[in-house]
Design a protein around this ligand. Sequence first.
Ligand code: FAD
Length: 519
Amino acid sequence: MTVSVRTAVQDLAGRELDLLVIGGGITGAGILRDAAMRGLRAALVDQGDFGAGTSSRSSRLIHGGLRYLEHGQMRLVFEALRERSILLRIAPHLVHPLPFAFPAFKGDRVPRWKLAVGLGLYGVLAAGGNVPRPRIFGKAGMLALEPNLRVKGLTGGGLYYDAQCDDARLVIGTLRSAIAHGAHACNYARVTALVTENGRVAGVDLVGEVGQVAQVRAKTVVNATGPWTDQLRKMEDPAAEPLLRLTQGSHIVARRSRLGHTRAITCLSPIDGRVMFILPWGDLSYIGTTDTDYTGDPAQVHPTREDITYLLRSANSVFPHARLDEHDVVASWAGVRALIDGHSAGPASSVSREHKVVTGSGGMISVAGGKLTTYRRMAAEVVDLVLADRRLGGSAETPDSTHASAGTDTEPLPGGESATFEPFQTAGAELGLPPATVEHLIRTFGTETAAVYNLIRGDRKLRQQIHPEHPAIAAEVVQIVRREMVVYPEDVLTRRLRLATETSDGGKAALNRVAALMA
Ligand code: FAD
């Protein structure tokens, strides 16, 4: 395994690059794809596994962001809703429409009439999109939708649609699409310093996982390191003012049967009135999120005891019969938001989710903030700037420089070539696979499920489940090892498959099997 790391790092050093992207989260992956599709010779490096930063720790929603309407951020919501439509189209296996019930209770910060206005506006901003329009219900209607909701104080509510997505797999799909267009991507390769030439950033020094070093040069360097953005900007200019305010967001996972909801639930926490979600994910419910200032190492963020108490209390207030306590927490995770705000002292949840692109004193382009949902637009904006920069530098080639022609909004991600999955259901049944496994395969691989079936036809033993609590099978691991740039078993267990948050032992029971399959 380490051999491939060494080769990849050193392979990059020998290339002539137009663009080097630092950071393999969704932002960097999107930039790499956009750049490659516009004809740039581009590469990306990440200090860890792709997506291991914030991009595998989100609430996994592709959403307009209903709550941003409260802050009057119409443009952000409109753009995000447009991106939602695009992602539902180009990655139908990873991004699914999801109905949300939003109950209103007496005394809530957002009463039913205000919710009705907000949902009406949300529907208008999403008009022409590919999900149904929002609807408003009285108390009986809400209870018909979600019978286990708290009855006391319920005044009614709304039903609206957003989309759910496997965030880490969206990163991998985006990177694989970039690679198919000629880009290079290397995980476990950390940037330790920027290389400058005549005051301009002209490359980076890299250290690989086993200590191998390399210098990679590129005409333009983009810093897409999410919560690490200011650390990289300091490498360029030690006096650079911080761009970011970091906040921690935690989630807990409980068995869905304990809460008894069918749809996603949007609700207001009884503790501070913040908008939060209870999201269905198979037999599980993801409850999140918190939003508190964070000053530690972004790689070491974990849910705190207070976070867990906050999330349990909030969920119990909407589903009082559940009486969740710490013993009901199957798994948990936390991520760090990189919010654009150097100095504000207001509550973290009020800080804008807009993004910012800045060019530093050495010409490095840094992009920060934003959302998973809007990564494609952010990427287009950054690549526009890269191209403008290269033109100023008098580059010989003139790759395609318009958004529209890049095709990032029309070309499917790998596995997203069709949204018709019935043939895979039929073929899975013929192979004797349980329906839950077939469903899991389709949601994980989309049309590439066909390749997994071929593996099984070649070796029937690959039909075996890798964990007693999870539908994933051995053939998936083989497929992932061949196509998805994994280095360690943890990459498989935590990000390519989500056993770490979908099993009560964090996927440990599958570790030896995965390691053996990788070997
Ligand atoms: P990251 O994913 O953090 O990627 C940055 C990468 O840079 C990391 O992989 C890191 O390893 C790498 N890096 C850092 N330093 C170096 C170095 N020196 N050398 C090489 N690589 C380096 N958005 C939505 O649209 N929907 C949601 O439901 C949603 N929910 C969220 C919930 C939470 C709790 C949080 C925290 C965020 C949520 N977001 C959501 C926001 C979204 O997750 C982020 O905007 C997005 O993932 C940020 O991606 P990124 O690529 O900018 O950063």
